[in-house]
Design a binder for this molecule. Structure first.
Ligand SMILES: Nc1ncnc2c1ncn2[C@@H]1O[C@H](COP(=O)(O)OP(=O)(O)OP(=O)(O)O)[C@@H](O)[C@H]1O
Ligand SMILES: [Mg+2]
Length: 224
């Protein structure tokens, strides 16, 4: 489903060149759940941004369901991301001028396949699933950190993406809410045979995935 070959990424910081990912190769299949562990600053979020097509790699080849991502136009990437790849950003990235419900509806609008009442119904259900039906009309600055995270989760799941990229999705949640929300994510991914890359610092969560990788010195190594 997803294949990366010889991916490299560095950032220029003044005179310095920070090499974050070095010649990284990786493959995952449909229905597979993969966890990525790694120290803060090891490049986990950078890797997810590249996989999501938000950042471009310096070198390397990536394909998703047989399509070469490097060959897609900005518009084609936006459509692919909207329909097939769901992303839960570490920093949430909610749009401040949209309510919780409107943020969750956005991917459905980009998809453009449903009527407005159908979109509304789906978005409301997704918010309900993360326990936020009572916050539909709140704007991001009127939500707590954990509530923002749950809106971001609802937004990523509303289109039932083939691949979910989740960057510490329970990082801002208390233990109980975090467990509930993670169960929801795992159930959805497993039931619908979707694939997920889960970035986490939580080793117990990682054991719920079929494979665990460690990102260290710019490379991924599988932990068995
Ligand atoms: N736009 C940028 N410009 C310069 N350096 C960057 C940029 N984005 C990330 N970095 C650097 O790249 C490295 C990897 O960052 P990244 O956010 O991918 O780490 P991470 O593994 O997700 O860490 P954490 O667990 O803290 O979220 C860090 O050292 C960071 O400072
Ligand atoms: Mg990160």
């Amino acid at each position: 489903m997803l294949e990366i070959q010889n991916l490299s990424k560095s950032f220029k910081q003044g005179e310095k060149n920070i090499e974050v990912l070095k010649d990284l190769s990786f493959k995952m299949h449909r229905g597979e759940m993969v966890a990525i562990l790694g120290q803060s600053g090891s490049g986990k979020s950078t890797l997810l941004s590249i996989l999501a097509g938000i950042e471009s790699p310096d070198e390397g080849h990536m394909s998703f369901e047989g399509q070469n991502l490097g060959k897609l136009s900005e518009e084609e990437l936006t459509i692919l991301r909207g329909k097939k790849i769901g992303i839960i950003f570490q920093q949430f990235h909610l749009l401040p001028h949209l309510s919780a419900l409107e943020n969750v509806s956005l991917p459905l609008e980009i998809m453009g396949e449903l009527s407005s009442s159908e979109m509304d119904e789906k978005a409301k259900r997704a918010l309900q699933d993360v326990g936020l039906d009572h916050r539909e009309n709140h704007y991001p600055n009127q939500l707590s950190g954990g509530e923002k995270q749950r809106v971001a989760i609802a937004r990523s799941l509303v289109v039932e993406p083939d691949l979910l990229l989740a960057d510490e999705p329970s990082g801002s949640l208390d233990e109980e809410t975090g467990e509930k929300v993670m169960d929801l994510i795992f159930n959805l991914v497993a039931k619908k045979k979707k694939a997920m890359i889960l970035v986490t610092h939580n080793k117990t969560l990682a054991t719920k995935c079929q494979k665990t990788f460690h990102l260290n010195n710019g490379c991924l190594s599988e932990i068995s």
